[in-house]
Every structure is written in structure tokens, then in C-alpha cells.
Design a protein around this ligand. Structure first.
Ligand code: SF4
Length: 480
């Protein structure tokens, strides 16, 4: 058994070095124990005959950048399994070079789960850090105490430096503290909550602001706690108001209902209708993919949310050159909260692999974000969304297109083509060529993988699949 020692919890360079040497030495994942040891060398003498690996041998292979990027995020997760999971993936990449693009593989899926946890933690940190005014020898400075769900402080600190460029601040966390002096970021070891100021004049502003935007008629306690988990409340000045506002919500709503109705003007009705079509997500277009994910989950623009487990937004890099649009989440996607992970996702992954398209470098989404189905006994049978539902959900797809700005959009099936092109576009007649889209991107229409699964005739199925792979190659070439 070999013990690999890392210098600290987020020692990515140390992990890379150790993993490279272990792999070059032929040490299988099950023979490695990963541990954190701030002192000492890279490897412990766990065996009587420790491995000796030359740096030259260790450097003789490379891995896809996608894997390195994924590993850089996964390592920030608090899970103890992260080092061994990443080494197992690295090990398997020797014999399975496309492994990282097979989203249905359990190791790849687990790594993406951890990556999503880290992204969520970074998102919550950006939303819930609250600075308090303090004084030091150089004058005024702002200090915040925060306990991130994962070790995202160093990765997230540049966001605050960009946002508060002219403000000296420190963000104290139990893992590490970030300090910005208006010129450079610096990091010091973790701190204690007692090191942060508890209350200042800004608290009252936060509470007044929060009380003024709180709408009792829209209170959904479960959704609120999901978006603002209780673990963050103790740092939020406005959190002190939450129990009281919730307790009074029912009475305030009754009072609103009892108020004499007023007749809105025709103009106001028109504006409300326009807003309800175009801006149901707090009246604002999404400005980030995180906004899209949160908005989709709470969206009520059409009735499909009622029977679905959750809204399923797209996933992939925020600047992907290639975007895939499917129809809607299926049964397994609805449960997993991720697009294309069920049987159609497996066909999709296989075809991408044969076409040489790395899924992790593409953005994958659907025209409709909630699973439309009917129940037959215990089974949930897929139903095609209506054009009204596709139109309602285009708000979110348009948001994703605007944010990602892909060079090429591949429309998987007729529903995707209807949503992206804005008109019915027969697949067989239009596939195999580049189509010009209104936003300057190019479009490629092709079959939906679930259609290929349903073709009864084996020869027709194989021909359809071959055409599908060709369309994916075309799209990748156009995007490049
Ligand atoms: S399917 Fe789309 S429009 Fe309908 S509720 Fe879900 S996210 Fe909103």
C-alpha cells in the first residue's frame, strides 16, 4: 500500500505531482491511501520497499484539459473521497481516453456531482457574504465572516475584488482568510468567528431593505430555505427578520385579499400580460447560468412544473462553442436534475465519442425544462410538449443562448428545432447542413437520440445513427 501525502486540503499541485508519479509507477488506485500532512515529503514509507519514480518517467503522459479543469474544482469539495476518485479517473483514462466525456459513467457522474456542489458553494458565497464596517491602523475596512460549504474562498475571492475594487476588505472563514487592499489579494490561515465584527450601522439598512422587498403573498418557505439554507442565516443581518415575517405573512396576505379590488387600466393590464410572458423571474432577465438554474426550478410560466420533480437547466461551460438543445428532460433526467443522463443520454454520449466531440466542452440543454408526462400505474410516460409550452419555455433557452453565445447550436429533434428556429423545421429535409440563425450562430438540425432508440427496423436505425454521428461531426467542425 502506498500513502500519498498532500500539504493541505486544496493542494492541487501536490495531488497532480503525486498522481503523475503513482500512475507512471503503475500503482493502481486501490493501492493508494491519500492523506493530508502539512509537513514531510510527498510519499510516506508505507511499504517496506517504497517506490522510486524518476521525474522523467512521471512526465511521460498527458491528460485532457477537461479532466484537469474538472479536477481543479472537485479538489475544493469537502468529501474525503475526492483525491482517490480523481486518481481512479486518471488511472482509467489510460485505457479509456474518452472516459471523461461519458456522463453516464458512475465515476464521471460522481466527479460532476462534487463539481456541482463546489459551484453551488461558490454561488452561495457570492450571494451571502455580508461585510461589516471595521477600523484598523489604515482607517476603514470591511470584514465579513463566512462558512462556505466547500473550500471555495480562494477561488471566489477574485469575484469580490472585482466587485469592490476600491474597498479594503477581509473575508474570514474557518479554512482561509482573503484580504483585498485595493491592489492585490492575499491569503492567511483560517480564523475564528470572534475575529469578525458582529454588528454595525449597515445591519439596519439590510433589514429595512429586506422587509421592504418581502412579499407575503409569494411566500414559499421550502423554496426560500433551499435558496437561503439555514447554515448561512447567522451571518445575514436580514435573517433575524425571517421568522417574524413568515409568522405575519398569513395575516398580511388576508389583509391584502380583503382590500377593496381596484380596476386596473387597460394599459396596466397590457403591461402585466407582457411582463407575465417575458419577465416572470422577478422581472429580470437571467444574468448568469446560475440565475437560469435557480429560475427554472421556480418557474411557473406554464403548468409543466406541477408534475415534475424539478426544473432541469442546461449544463456545460459558460463559454461553450457548441450548444446542444434537446426536447425536455426524461424520467431519469427529472430525478437526477441533469440533462441527457438516461437511455437517450447514453446514445448521445456514444455518438459524441464516435464523432470526436468532447461533451464536457459543450453546453447541453433542452427546449423545455420540466418533464412532461402522464402516469400509467407506476410508470411515467413521456408526452411531447405543446407549441405553447415550448414558446413559454423559450424564455429560458433564449437566456442560455444569450449567456453562452455558442457558435453553433445543434437542434436534437423537432421540438428543439421549433424552439430555436421559431418555426416548424422538418428534420429529414434540413439535416446535414449549416443553417443561419438570427443571433449570428449557425444551426444544425438532427435526430433526437430517443427517436433513434425507437426506430423499429434495425437497418433504418443504423442508417439514422450514422447520419446522427455525421451531423455531430459537422457541428463540431463548424464550431471549431
Ligand atoms: S417547462 Fe419551462 S416554462 Fe414551463 S414551468 Fe418549466 S421552466 Fe417554466
Amino acid at each position: 500500500m502506498q500513502v500519498a501525502r498532500l500539504a493541505h486540503e486544496t493542494d492541487f499541485d501536490g495531488w497532480r505531482r503525486a498522481a503523475r508519479e503513482l500512475r507512471a509507477a503503475g500503482t493502481p488506485p486501490e493501492a493508494v491511501i491519500w492523506t493530508i500532512d502539512g509537513a514531510g515529503g510527498l510519499f510516506a514509507a508505507a511499504s517496506e520497499d517504497p517506490l522510486k519514480v524518476s521525474r522523467k518517467t512521471a512526465a511521460a503522459f498527458s491528460v485532457p484539459k477537461t479532466f484537469v479543469d474538472l479536477a481543479g474544482k472537485v479538489i475544493l469539495h469537502r468529501s474525503d473521497e475526492r483525491f482517490s476518485l480523481l486518481y481512479r479517473l486518471l488511472w482509467r483514462l489510460q485505457g479509456e481516453p474518452n472516459l471523461i466525456h461519458i456522463a453516464s459513467d458512475p465515476d464521471v457522474a460522481r466527479a460532476h456531482d462534487l463539481e456541482r456542489g463546489v459551484s453551488r458553494a461558490a454561488h452561495k458565497m457570492k450571494a451571502f457574504v455580508r461585510f461589516r464596517l471595521a477600523q484598523d491602523e489604515d482607517g476603514e475596512a470591511y470584514v465579513a465572516w463566512f462558512e462556505p460549504a466547500h473550500r471555495v474562498t480562494e477561488a471566489t475571492a477574485p469575484f469580490f475584488a472585482r466587485r469592490f475594487t476600491n474597498m479594503r476588505f477581509s473575508i474570514l472563514t474557518p479554512d482561509v482568510c482573503a484580504h483585498w487592499d485595493t491592489r492585490a489579494l492575499a491569503f492567511t490561515p483560517g480564523a475564528d468567528p470572534a475575529d469578525a465584527p458582529r454588528e454595525d450601522a449597515l445591519e439596519e439598512y439590510w433589514r429595512t431593505y429586506y422587509a421592504s422587498i418581502f412579499n407575503p403573498a409569494r411566500l414559499k418557505t421550502a423554496a426560500m430555505q433551499r435558496e437561503m439554507p439555514k447554515m448561512y442565516w447567522r451571518n445575514l443581518p436580514e435573517a433575524a427578520l425571517i421568522p417574524e415575517l413568515i409568522a405575519k405573512a398569513e395575516g398580511r396576505t388576508d389583509a391584502m385579499v380583503r382590500q377593496a379590488p381596484t380596476v386596473p387600466s387597460a394599459r396596466a393590464v397590457k403591461a402585466a400580460l407582457r411582463n407575465s410572458r417575458d419577465a416572470p423571474y422577478d422581472g429580470l432577465a437571467p444574468t448568469s447560468l446560475e440565475d437560469v438554474a435557480a429560475g427554472v426550478d421556480h418557474c411557473r410560466r406554464c403548468p409543466l412544473w406541477r408534475d415534475a420533480t424539478q426544473g432541469v437547466a442546461g449544463e456545460g461551460p459558460a463559454r461553450a462553442k457548441l450548444m446542444f438543445v434537446g426536447e425536455q428532460p426524461g424520467d431519469q433526467e427529472d430525478l437526477a436534475g441533469r440533462p441527457f443522463v438516461g437511455p437517450a443520454g447514453q446514445v448521445f454520449d456514444r455518438a459524441l465519442s464516435e464523432a470526436g466531440v468532447p461533451r464536457a466542452e459543450t453546453y447541453v440543454t433542452n427546449a423545455v425544462k420540466h418533464f412532461k408526462h402522464e402516469k400509467r400505474g407506476k410508470r411515467r410516460i413521456h408526452q411531447t410538449p405543446t407549441s405553447g409550452e415550448v414558446t413559454a419555455c423559450r424564455w429560458w433557452l433564449d437566456g442560455e443562448r444569450r449567456l453562452v453565445r455558442p457558435r453553433v447550436i445543434v437542434m436534437l429533434g423537432a421540438t428543439a428545432a421549433l424552439s430555436v428556429m421559431g418555426k416548424p423545421t422538418p428534420i429529414a429535409r434540413n439535416r446535414g447542413q449549416a443553417l443561419q440563425l438570427a443571433d449570428q450562430a449557425q444551426g444544425v438540425v438532427t435526430y433526437h437520440p430517443s427517436f433513434l432508440l425507437r426506430v423499429p427496423d434495425e437497418a433504418a436505425k443504423q442508417a439514422g445513427y450514422a447520419a446522427f454521428v455525421e451531423d455531430l461531426k459537422l457541428a463540431w467542425t463548424l464550431a471549431a
